[in-house]
Ligand binder design. Structure first.
Ligand SMILES: [Fe+2]
Length: 417
């Protein structure tokens, strides 16, 4: 599991000598390079040290309630003073894009295998049979290798959701989201493997909950809710005798329902008594749950789910972990249904981590709001302008169901060209 060209570039970026300082929004100027900027509602507006390239961007930040930003010093003015830096940034973007599209074809196969293994393991436990930790480990190795080659490809596939068989699809999605998140937080390949195993097994304790409770359509009674809350501890009981299960994997299983303010379960841990991995698992778990349709409620859009989790970051989750999770996933994650400033609407099919505001959007509705016969892709990173010369961007994230759009169809069918 070595580093590929993309990761070497990423490491070069991280090793640049940098200095930052905080400036008021009124002192922000075109050409300055800003660090991550969050709006007052938790939306990540800028990421990865972006240059301010116009007064309208400063106005946008003011409108979104940003009062100060962190600026990279010694690198303000414009990039012409740093031709080497500019060319490195450009090559970084194209290498990353190529790696993403190449990895998607491999990730599709890996994804299938993770789904199959996870389904087999959970079904075995449900029937009281033994299961093979080796099978989970070998699946997790493939998952980690895909994430190391390009973390975005598998994450795109985690947007595939289903009404049925919620627990096993959710387990796969949490494993992918958590492994990608841990990779972004510089966990080693060996740790990523343990995180992946933990993600796949995080809800295994639910296999001891009777079906009539686990898949109940209505509200839980107090007794049923108490029973459901036992699933992290049941999970530990199921895996405790497995020889090769790691402490990190067990932490994911045991702590993914603990909450920062002590309101979680099973041990009502609070603050720093919850491990970093426990807090990461909590955010990945709740994000996937919120963005999935359930019998008793419809899914939140990815954008709105991130905003709500951010709201809870003072009480339920670690603020820092929520910020890092958002940054890793994107402001408009793959699978978001969005309306552009032109009125066209479509599905986000690729996120550019260098600029989270300008993903690639597969447009399904034209400016006349009518469904188009042949969807077409719009690359917002190409700085397109409308007929009035105004820059085209995303206006809002919408619920695809209101427009009879099934997102997973576009991820599975249109993303693989
Ligand atoms: Fe759970």
């Amino acid at each position: 599991m070595g580093y590929n060209g993309y990761e070497v570039l990423e490491l070069m970026e991280q090793n640049d000598s940098t200095a930052f300082h905080r400036v008021s929004i009124d002192n922000l100027e075109v050409g300055m390079i800003v660090e991550d900027v969050f709006a007052s509602d938790g939306t990540l507006l800028f990421s990865n040290e972006r240059a301010i390239n116009g007064l309208e961007q400063i106005e946008l930040l003011k409108k979104r309630g940003v009062s100060s930003v962190t600026v990279r010093v010694d690198t303000q003015v414009n990039d012409n003073h740093h031709p080497d830096k500019l060319s490195k940034k450009e090559s970084f973007s194209s290498v990353r894009e190529a790696a993403y599209y190449h990895e998607l074809t491999i990730a599709k196969e890996v994804h299938k295998e993770i789904l199959e293994t996870t389904k087999n393991v959970l079904s075995s436990v449900r029937m009281g049979k033994q299961f093979s930790i080796k099978a989970i480990e070998s699946t997790a190795i493939q998952m980690v290798e895909s994430v190391l080659r390009n973390p975005d490809a598998l994450v795109s596939l985690s947007q595939i959701k289903g009404y049925d068989e919620y627990t096993f699809i959710h387990s796969v999605n949490v494993a992918i989201l958590l492994t990608s998140f841990a990779h972004a937080m510089s966990y080693s390949p060996d740790q990523l493997l343990k995180v992946g195993v933990g993600g796949i097994l995080h809800d295994i304790g639910k296999m001891r909950i009777p079906d009539r409770v686990l898949n109940k359509k209505g509200k839980f009674t107090d007794d049923e809710f108490q029973l459901m809350q036992k699933h992290p501890a049941y999970g530990i009981q199921i895996v405790k005798d497995l020889q090769s299960i790691s402490e990190l994997s067990k932490t994911v299983i045991l702590q993914h329902h603990e909450r920062f303010n002590g309101s979680g379960y099973p041990h009502k841990l609070s603050g720093n008594d919850i491990s970093e991995m426990g807090m990461m698992a909590a955010v990945a778990d709740v994000y996937d749950a919120m963005t999935t349709d359930r019998v008793y409620r419809t899914a939140w859009t990815p954008h709105n789910a991130l905003a709500l989790i951010f709201k809870g970051s003072e009480s339920d989750y670690s603020r820092k972990i929520v910020e890092l999770f958002t940054k890793n996933l994107g402001i408009y994650p793959v699978g978001s249904f969005v309306r552009l400033t032109t009125g066209e609407m479509g599905v986000v099919v690729r996120v550019d981590k260098g600029n989270l505001l300008t993903p690639d959007v597969l447009l399904l509705f034209g400016m006349d709001k009518k469904r188009v016969k042949d969807p077409y892709e719009c690359r917002l990173s190409e700085k397109l302008s409308d007929k009035n010369g105004m820059p085209i961007g995303i206006e809002i994230s919408l619920n695809p169901k209101d427009f009879n759009v099934i997102i997973s169809e576009f991820i599975t069918e249109n993303i693989f060209k």
